[in-house]
Design a protein. Structure first.
Length: 64
C-alpha cells in the first residue's frame, strides 16, 4: 500500500520512507511511525512522518 492517503498511515505502523537526502536516489528507510506531520488528507509524494528514531521523510510503502 502506498503512503499517499493520510487515513492509511497510522501511528505505530511499520513503513518505508524516503528521506529528504535520499530523494534523488530513492533509497528507502524502514521504521515505525511516531508522528504524522502532513495535515492534508492526500499528498502525491507521500505523507510526511517522523519515525521513532527521529528521522523524517515521506511514506512510500506501508508494511502490513
Amino acid at each position: 500500500m502506498n503512503g499517499q492517503n493520510r487515513q492509511d498511515v497510522k501511528i505505530g505502523s511499520k513503513v518505508e520512507i524516503v528521506l529528504k537526502a535520499d530523494q534523488r536516489t530513492g533509497t528507502l528507510t524502514q521504521g515505525i511511525v511516531a508522528e504524522i506531520l502532513t495535515n492534508s488528507s492526500f499528498h502525491p509524494h507521500g505523507i510526511k512522518v517522523r519515525l521513532e528514531n527521529g528521522q523524517v521523510g515521506r511514506v512510500q510503502n506501508i508494511i502490513s
